[in-house]
Every structure is written in C-alpha cells, then in structure tokens.
Write a protein that binds this ligand. Structure first.
Ligand code: NZQ
Ligand code: ZN
Length: 389
C-alpha cells in the first residue's frame, strides 16, 4: 500500500429478505415530500412498487413520481425529472430500481437546485456541485453497478452520442441509505442477471489491473472475484438460489463502493470503451464490457504481465509449474473466456448493433484513462474495437 488516501463511505445499508421494513426507520428522517423514481415498470409487475407505496403512505408522505427512467438514462429525461422534483419541493428522492434508476436519481440530486446546465457542469467540465443537494435513498432491484453505495452517475446525451459517468468526489452524493433485498432481484431476466454479474467482475478487474505494489486491495479483489465466479455458476443453473443471488448482490456492492480502489491508480479502460459503445448502440451496460474485454486484456497483458500471472494463479487456479509467465497469463484469460461463455455473455460488438462504420466515432468518443498498465493512443483504441467487432 504505497498510496495516500482518504476513505469514507456514509451510505447505510440494510441487507436481506426483511430489509424493506427499514424504510420505516429511514423515512421519518426526511421531510414529507418524496419523489419516487423508477424505471419502465418491472416494479409494478413484481409487487415492489405496491410494497414501497404502502410504506410511504403509512409514513404520511406526500408522493410525486418520476417513472420511465430508461436503461442508460438520458439527459432529456434528467431535464424532465428536474422539473418534477422542483415543483414537488422534494425533501427526499427515493430510487427504486437498478443502476440506471439509482444513477439518474443521484444526477437529479445535484441538478434540482443547480443554477447552471447540469450536463455542461457535471459531465463536460466534471465540476462538483455547489448547490444544496436533495438526499437520495435507494431500494435496489438489480445487482451489478454498485450505484447503491457510490457517488457515480452515468448519463447519456443521445444528441451528441456521449455516455459519460461522473464519479463525484464528494461522498455527499452517495445514497444516504440503500435497501438490498436479494429476493427483489429474482425477477430479473437472465440477460440482465448475467450482464450484471459481468459488470461486477469487470469493476473488480478495472481496479485490480493497476499498480505494482503489494496492496491489500488486490487480495480483497481476488476473494471477491472468486466469490462472483462461484455464485454465478450456481445462479445460471438455478436462478432461484437465494444464497447465490444474495452473494452476488453483496459482491456487487463491495466491487464498487470505493474500498478496493484505495491506494490504487485503477484502470477503467474497459468501461471507457463500453460507454463509448453504449453511446452509439444503447446496448446493455454489462454486455458492452464483455464484448470488448478479451481484446483489451489480450492487448495490455504484456505491459502488466506479473499481475496477469497472479490473476491466473490466484483467481483461476492455473498451475504455473514449469510454464513461462506469458503462458500462465494466457491460460488465465482463457479460463475467464470459458466462464464468460458459460454465462452466455455477448462476446462481440456486432451482436450489440455496432458496425464497422461506427468504429471511428466510437473510438473518438472513448475517454483515455491513464491509470492502467498501458496508456492507449487513438489507433490502439481503434484496433481493440476492430478486434472486438
Ligand atoms: O426499467 P425496468 O422496468 O425496471 O427494467 C429494468 C431494465 O430494463 C430491469 N430490471 C431491473 N430490476 C429488475 C428488472 N427487471 C425485472 N426484475 C427486476 N428486479 O433491468 C433492466 C436494466 O436495468 P438497469 O438499471 O439499466 O441496469 P443496471 O443496474 O445494469 O444499470 C446500468 C446503468 O448503470 C450505469 C451504466 O452505465 C448504465 O447506465 N453504471 C453505473 C455505475 C455507477 N453508478 O457506479 C457504474 C457502472 O459501471 C455503470 O456504468
Ligand atoms: Zn460497470
């Protein structure tokens, strides 16, 4: 651990089958005007909407709703929500949904009282808010992004074809509380479940594949990756397995709640590539990551060989005896590929609707990060995208 860092995570979590009851504990802490934010209607089909509404009403809340928050929430939808939250004089924004709904609600929290254009301020200039924030609470229905316990909020501008995530520096933007009932995730379609699982795994990779020092975070990451691999194999056989689904949900939170990035530079290039793809295709987030991952990791492996060997041995249990480092590292990536195919992840961009003609635009929209083992140039980004097609 050679880095200097601060660590603070103020989100209070309630986990487990009984966790929704704790909404009763949280609601009295806030004023009476609640804006309930949700997606395209899954919560109405599976009963979560009714359960949440009952608790809100019992607590005497005055409720307004923002519904129809789409996967990869858009700037236009954010502008619409700002109007609703302003006119309702919101005291609490309650997100009930997956990462898209949580992200959107955090973006709303920093925008309702903002005097400037939020896209310009938060997503182009990456400024921190200087206005009064509206507190955010979250009832999570999908495991994957970690949005329930972090300060990230990804918004898509469809006009300019930009999908940009702002991970705010201030922990004030993190949800005040999040309710995690693994049973709520059981109605997820298979495609979303496996997409979320890969999102978790890749969040860990993004933080693991950086740095050369001996770092406690990397040991935690290896354990988390093993847990995700183990539980995912059970969940794809039996999606109703509560134990596996609960471990996946908990691993998702720890994969991106800022703990395992402490003292590390972190990579995030798979996410930058995936987000640029998402801006063009509106594809499911986890699948944009799976489509570009192997070409990316194969490309950077020589620059971070010892970490890729460690990944092979400690995560995938490759036996290194008598083998050259490069072979060990390659075997690790092969094991990862086998697992990804077992899950049924999308392994190429073509299946997500990307075409060769789009690749230049996607490459231009890819933000280059500098914390991984190789700082890519534009041609390298393009090559990786071509290899992912
Ligand atoms: O909209 P509804 O009808 O609710 O359906 C959703 C949506 O279609 C459905 N769903 C969610 N819970 C369900 C369910 N369907 C049935 N039963 C349930 N219990 O699943 C679909 C996908 O939901 P979404 O929220 O879009 O998925 P996810 O959690 O993967 O969130 C993706 C968004 O998060 C951003 C992504 O870029 C993307 O915009 N990310 C946020 C991060 C963060 N805050 O730190 C980091 C991530 O890397 C990621 O970038
Ligand atoms: Zn992600």
């Amino acid at each position: 651990m050679l880095g200097n860092f601060a660590y603070c995570n103020p989100t209070k979590l309630y986990f487990g089958e009984d966790s929704l009851n704790y909404l009763n504990t949280e609601l009295p802490k806030y004023g009476s005007n609640v804006v309930l934010v949700y997606g395209g209607g899954s919560i109405k089909k599976n009963g979560i909407y009714d359960a949440v509404m009952e608790i809100l009403e019992k607590n005497g809340k005055n409720i307004a709703e923002i519904s129809g928050v789409m996967p990869n929430p858009t700037l236009t939808k954010l502008y619409e929500g700002i109007e609703t939250a302003r006119s309702h004089q919101a005291d609490l924004l309650l997100a009930v949904g997956g990462g898209s709904v949580c992200d959107y609600t955090k973006a709303l929290s920093v925008s309702v009282n903002c005097q400037e254009d939020p896209w310009e301020k938060y997503y182009l200039k990456f400024e921190e808010p200087d206005c009064r924030l509206i507190p955010v609470g979250c009832v999570l229905t999908m495991a994957g992004t970690g949005s329930e316990m972090n300060s990230g909020a990804v918004i898509t501008n469809r006009e300019t074809k930009q999908k940009i995530g702002h991970v705010f520096a201030s922990e004030e933007i993190m949800p005040r509380f999040s309710i995690l009932n693994p049973r709520f995730t059981l109605t997820l379609p298979h495609y979303q479940m496996v997409s979320g699982i890969y999102d978790i795994f890749n969040h860990i990779c993004e933080q693991y594949f950086s740095g050369e020092d001996d770092n406690t975070s990397d040991y935690i990451s290896e354990a988390l990756m093993k847990s995700v691999i183990h539980s995912s194999r059970i969940a794809i056989q039996n999606p109703e397995d509560y134990e596996a689904r609960s471990n996946i949900m908990w691993a998702a939170t720890w994969a991106l709640n800022t703990l395992i990035s402490r003292g590390k530079s972190t990579d995030w290039m798979v996410h930058m590539l995936g987000q640029a793809v998402g801006a063009y295709t509106d594809a499911t987030h986890g699948m944009t990551l799976s489509a570009v991952s192997l070409p990316y990791y194969q490309y950077i492996m020589p620059y971070g060989l010892s970490k890729f060997c460690r990944f092979a041995v400690n995560v995938w249990e490759v036996n290194p005896a008598g083998k050259a480092d490069e072979q060990v590292a390659r075997e690790g990536l092969s094991c990862m590929e086998v697992w990804m195919k077992e899950l049924g992840l999308t392994m190429n961009l073509h299946e997500l609707g990307a075409t060769e003609e789009m690749l230049h635009g996607i490459a231009n929209g890819t933000i280059i990060m500098e914390g991984g083992y190789k700082v890519l140039n534009h041609d390298e980004v393009l090559e990786i995208l071509k290899n992912s097609l």
